[in-house]
Ligand binder design. Structure first.
Ligand code: PEP
Ligand code: CO
Length: 449
C-alpha cells in the first residue's frame, strides 16, 4: 500500500496532540530526538507485516489474541527475573487457551516500550500540595514529589534502552528453548503450582507431555518441528508520546513504507483516539498493525469513522478494536458497535480489555478492580459477539508474574484489607500470576461456548 504522499512521521505536529508532557527544556528535547533518530530500530518491518498476517487470522475467526503485560513498565523494577516471570504467565495463559479452545493464540506483550501513561487529571494533590501527575517513566518519576514529576526528555532514551534490553531477552527466551513445549512444567511458578489453578495447569502440561510422547512414538520427528520449540512473541505499547514514536519511525527499504520500529504493534488510548487528532494522524501513516481503545462514550459512527481512518484499505489484521466498556455497560453498549462495523464490512480484530472500564478506588484509596467484574465484562463480550455473529478475537489484560495483591477476588479471594500487602504497580492494578491463569481457564471455557 502506498502511503499518502502528504504523510510524514511528523505530520501529527499540525494536529492537536492530547496528553503530551510540557517539556521544560525544548533544546534538550530536540537533542534527544535527533539522537533517537539515529539509533537502530527495535523491530524490523517484516516482523510487523508477519504480525499483521497473524492478526488477520484473528480478524477472520481463525485465531485468538492474548495481549498482556504491565499497565506501565517501570525503570525501577527492571530485571531478568521480572521479564522471565511475566513471560511465564503469558505462555501459561496461551497454552491454556490453545489447549482449551484448540485455536492458535497470537501472543502480544504490553512490554518493551509501555512506559507512558495518559492521565485523567494533569495534576494531583499530595499532602495538601498540587503536583504534576505521573505520566510514566518515559516522562517523569512516580515519587510523589514536585521535582520528581518534572518531565525529562533524557527519559526517552532510557526507555529506548530498557526496551532494547527487554526485547533482546524476550527474543532469547522465546526462540532459545525457554518457550519449548517440553518446558511447559517449568512455567508454573511455585506459588502458582500449589494453587487449584496451578494444579489444573499441571494436568494440561501432562496432557501435552503425553501428546508429544505419542507423536514421537508414531515416528514424527519432533525435533524438526520449530513450532514445538519456539514461539512468536510480539511487542506492543500505547503510542502516546509522539516525539518518541516519530523518532523511531523509519522507511522500510523493501517496500518504501513507513513503520514505527519502536514495537510490532501500536495502539491509541481512550483519551487520544480523536479522529482529527495527532495520534490518529500518526497511526494512519505507519504500516504496523495498529489498535484503538474503545470506551463507553464511543458511538457506532465514531467507531466506523476510526475504521475508515485507520484501515481505509480494509486489510484484515491491520486494525484491532480494543473495547473497554465496563461490566455494567457491555451488554447494552457493545452490540451496536459490533453491528455497525460488521454492516460496513470492516475486517477488525475485536479484543476485550476487561480492565480499564472496571477500575475503582477502594476505601484506603488504592485503585483496584474486582476479578468478578473482569469476568463479567468478558462474559458480556462473548455474549455480544455471539448475538452479532462476529468473532470475539482476543483479550487484553494488565498482569504481572509476581504474587501481588492489586486486584480483588479470584480463587484465593484477595480482599480490600489485603491490598496494601503487595501493591507494587506504578499505575493501574494488575492481575497476579494465579488470577491470570484463573482468567485464562475462564476464557478458554467461554471460547468453547
Ligand atoms: C491503558 O491501557 O493502560 C489505558 C490507559 O487504557 P485506556 O486508554 O483504555 O484508558
Ligand atoms: Co492501565
Amino acid at each position: 500500500m502506498t502511503p499518502s504522499p502528504a504523510w510524514a512521521p511528523d505530520s501529527w505536529r499540525s494536529r492537536p496532540a492530547a496528553q503530551q508532557p510540557i517539556w521544560p527544556d525544548e533544546d534538550e528535547l530536540k537533542r534527544v530526538h535527533a539522537h533517537l533518530t539515529g539509533l537502530p530500530p527495535l523491530v524490523f518491518a517484516g516482523e510487523a507485516r508477519h504480525l499483521t498476517r497473524a492478526l488477520g487470522q484473528a480478524a477472520n475467526g481463525r485465531a485468538f489474541v492474548l495481549q498482556a503485560g504491565d499497565c506501565a513498565e517501570s525503570f525501577a523494577e527492571f530485571s531478568a527475573d521480572a521479564i522471565r516471570d511475566k513471560l511465564k504467565v503469558i505462555l501459561q495463559m496461551a497454552v491454556v487457551l490453545t489447549y482449551g479452545a484448540g485455536l492458535p493464540v497470537v501472543k502480544v506483550g504490553r512490554i518493551a516500550g509501555q512506559f507512558a501513561k495518559p492521565r485523567s487529571s494533569p495534576t494531583e494533590l499530595v499532602g495538601g500540595e498540587t503536583i504534576d501527575s505521573f505520566r510514566g517513566h518515559m516522562v517523569n518519576d512516580d515519587l510523589p514529589e514536585r521535582s520528581a514529576r518534572i518531565p525529562d526528555p533524557r527519559r526517552l532514551v532510557a526507555a529506548y534502552q530498557q526496551s532494547v534490553a527487554t526485547l533482546n531477552l524476550l527474543r532469547a527466551f522465546t526462540k532459545g528453548g525457554f518457550a519449548d513445549l517440553n518446558q511447559v512444567h517449568a512455567w508454573n511458578q511455585e506459588f502458582v503450582a500449589s494453587s487449584t489453578e496451578g494444579q489444573q495447569f499441571e494436568d494440561i502440561a501432562e496432557g501435552i507431555d503425553r501428546a508429544l510422547r505419542f507423536m514421537s512414538a508414531c515416528g514424527i520427528n519432533l525435533t524438526a518441528e520449530d513450532s514445538l520449540h519456539e514461539v512468536d512473541f510480539w511487542t506492543s505499547h500505547e503510542a502516546l508520546i509522539l516525539d518518541y514514536e516519530e523518532a523511531l519511525t523509519r522507511r522500510d527499504s523493501l517496500t518504501e513504507e513507513w513503520y514505527d520500529c519502536s514495537a510490532h504493534m501500536l495502539w491509541v488510548g481512550e483519551r487520544t483516539r480523536q479522529i482529527d487528532g495527532a495520534h490518529c494522524e500518526f497511526l494512519a501513516g505507519i504500516r504496523n498493525p495498529v489498535g484503538t481503545k474503545i470506551g463507553p462514550t464511543a458511538t457506532p459512527d465514531d467507531v466506523v469513522a476510526l475504521c475508515e481512518r485507520l484501515n481505509p484499505e480494509r486489510t484484515p489484521g491491520r486494525l484491532t478494536l480494543i473495547t473497554r466498556l465496563g461490566a455494567d455497560r457491555v451488554d447494552d453498549g457493545l452490540p451496536p458497535l459490533l453491528e455497525a462495523v460488521r454492516d460496513e464490512d470492516h475486517p477488525v480484530v475485536w479484543i476485550c480489555d476487561p480492565m480499564h472500564g472496571n477500575t475503582f478506588s477502594a476505601d484506603g484509596g488504592r485503585k483496584t478492580r474486582r476479578f468478578d467484574d473482569i469476568l463479567a465484562e468478558l462474559t458480556g463480550f462473548f455474549r455480544a459477539h455471539r448475538g452479532a455473529g462476529t468473532w470475539p478475537g482476543g483479550v487484553h489484560v494488565e498482569l504481572t508474574g509476581d504474587d501481588v495483591t492489586e486486584c480483588l477476588g479470584g480463587v484465593e479471594d484477595i480482599v480490600e484489607g489485603q491490598l496494601d500487602q503487595r501493591y507494587t504497580t506504578t499505575c493501574d492494578p494488575r492481575l497476579n500470576a494465579r488470577q491470570s491463569l484463573d482468567l485464562a481457564f475462564a476464557v478458554a471455557e467461554m471460547l468453547r461456548g
